[in-house]
Design a protein. Structure first.
Ligand SMILES: [Zn+2]
Length: 510
């Protein structure tokens, strides 16, 4: 029988640490449901001790998800572990992931602890975490720069203390595949009780090697890979879930293991994460890029038509391309709408909310003939009011005409107040942003403005991402509408609302 390769998704924790990718509780739950539907084994939902917002989000995911293990990150200290344990209390299956640095430089400068104290602290953390669950994962932070004999001693001690998974991170994305694979093999061979645990890896993509390093580790005995949808994550990101899963699936002749992922959910997951975070997927990205299965050259097309395997090592439909061919339209009723949302993992707390969404859906259906799953996700992202959503767009007039100076007039709601402003600009979007700034006076710097069409066709909804930066804080806002100027205004306000929400976060470098 083939070994089971455990897929540990950290989109909601490490992925969320990409500058500007912060997600609301509701967004995290929606992504978690999609991960559960895909068959992800473990969902790392956040770092509960980082902030109240993070705690609440982990709790909401733990209370919702039934078929995946829900994991919370905690430093190897009691207070963090208690927060994680409390957040995970409602989970069907919970895991606590605790970590401490083991490299000389970190132990000396950051922790100010001796190696012996670090071992003692790690063991105490595992023992403490066992008050909450037996499913405990341990990571030696900065393992790559740790001294191998010491690393073996720490890991042996935490196994004895009851850790079930040992995760070896390549935190700075520095190692080479061969070297990383050897490290995993060495640890398994040298730690006397290594057969009692699952070895896991967590690789960063600074040199574009996160997936290669992860797969090299799998060949050398790792049976859990930590990864994220679209490779989201700090700096250059993490190993991409879709690439790891499809490499192993496609090369069953090469790997001694397989995952339990239902790969037909991969593309919808990719679109969902990209829509929520506002990080578009590059067209030539493996598996989930728009061109990943497009055989444009005539020679290739001929080959594909005659014999699929000539050029296709995977089938587009196996990873979920074309799975969204739904169709709701203007004549769809409330029940069809509700049941499609339910299939997408979207449920509303109140009937009233569903009614509001149905009205918005009908509005959209008037403008656009076919409504796809992506449209529904965008509609929900757009509509769901988060507590920090302070300013809302009430109306917008934008004028552009050849030979004339574009101008825009906006009305924004601030609680019960209506705020009006107008401005000229170099184009309708610029004029709109200037008018909004007249009201908000944020002084934020616009770092990115991008427009993507959610589905194809000129009647498609445009999804706009706006990235704002102020005092070192970076946020993404997004907005969707069939009118891209309106979508732009919504995206700007969404970014502004996030910028001024009180979400402070600590960022562990695991
Ligand atoms: Zn990481």
């Amino acid at each position: 029988m083939r070994d089971h390769l455990i897929i540990f998704d950290t989109t909601l924790r490490d992925g969320e640490q990409s500058p500007g990718a912060s997600m609301t509780k509701e967004e995290k739950v929606r992504i978690a449901r999609q991960l559960e539907r895909m068959g992800v084994d473990v969902i790392e939902a956040g770092f509960p001790a980082a902030s109240n917002g993070d705690f609440e989000a982990v709790k909401a995911v733990a209370d919702t998800i039934k078929d995946s293990v829900v994991c919370g990150l905690a430093r190897a200290i009691e207070a963090d572990i208690n927060r994680a344990g409390e957040a995970l209390r409602g989970a069907n299956a919970a895991r606590i992931h605790t970590f401490i640095a083991t490299s000389p430089i970190h132990m000396k400068n950051k922790l100010r602890m001796s190696p012996e104290q670090v071992i003692e602290q790690a063991v105490k953390a595992i023992q403490w975490a066992r008050r909450y669950t037996d499913n405990i994962e341990f990571s030696p932070e900065d393992a790559g720069r740790s001294e191998i004999n010491f690393l073996c001693r720490v890991l042996e001690a935490v196994i004895d203390a009851g850790a079930k998974t040992l995760n070896i991170p390549d935190t700075v994305g520095y190692t080479m595949p061969d070297q990383f694979g050897r490290l995993i093999r060495t640890l398994r061979e040298r730690i006397p009780n290594s057969d009692k645990v699952v070895f896991s890896v967590h690789c960063h993509n600074d040199l574009g090697l996160a997936v290669a390093n992860s797969l090299s580790a799998v060949i050398n005995g790792a049976r859990q890979v930590e990864c994220t949808i679209n490779g989201l994550g700090e700096r250059a990101g993490n190993a991409a879930l879709e690439e790891v899963v499809m490499a192993v699936r496609t090369r069953q002749d090469f790997f001694p293991c397989d995952t339990r992922i239902d790969t037909t959910h991969i593309v919808p997951a990719s679109k969902l994460v990209s829509g929520i975070t506002g990080f578009p997927v590059q067209p030539n990205k493996a598996i989930v890029g728009a061109n990943a299965f497009a055989h444009e050259s005539g020679i290739h097309q001929d080959g594909v038509l005659k014999h699929r395997e000539t050029y296709e090592i995977m089938r587009a439909e196996d990873v979920g391309w074309g799975a969204n061919k739904l169709l709701l339209g203007k004549h769809s009723g409330r029940n069809a709408f509700r049941s499609r949302l339910k299939e997408l993992g979207i449920e509303f707390e109140s009937e009233e909310m569903l009614n509001t969404m149905f009205v918005r859906f009908k509005d959209l259906a008037d403008k656009k003939h076919e409504i796809f799953d992506e449209d529904l996700h965008a509609l929900v992202s757009d509509e769901v009011q988060t507590p920090e959503e302070h300013y809302r767009l009430l109306s917008l007039i934008a004028h552009s005409e050849t030979g004339e100076i574009p101008f825009a007039r906006v009305v924004i709601a601030d609680g019960n107040n209506e705020l009006h402003a107008e401005s000229e600009g170099s184009g309708p979007v610029d004029a709109t942003f200037r008018a909004i700034e007249k009201i908000l006076n944020s002084g934020a710097e616009l770092q990115l403005f991008s427009v993507n069409n959610i589905t194809s066709g000129t009647d498609a909804q445009g999804e706009v991402t706006v990235r704002l930066q102020k005092s070192g804080r970076i946020v993404n806002g997004h907005g969707a509408d069939t009118d891209i100027v309106v979508a732009s205004a919504k995206a700007y306000l969404s970014a502004f609302n996030k910028l001024y929400s009180k979400l402070e976060k600590a960022h562990p470098q695991v």
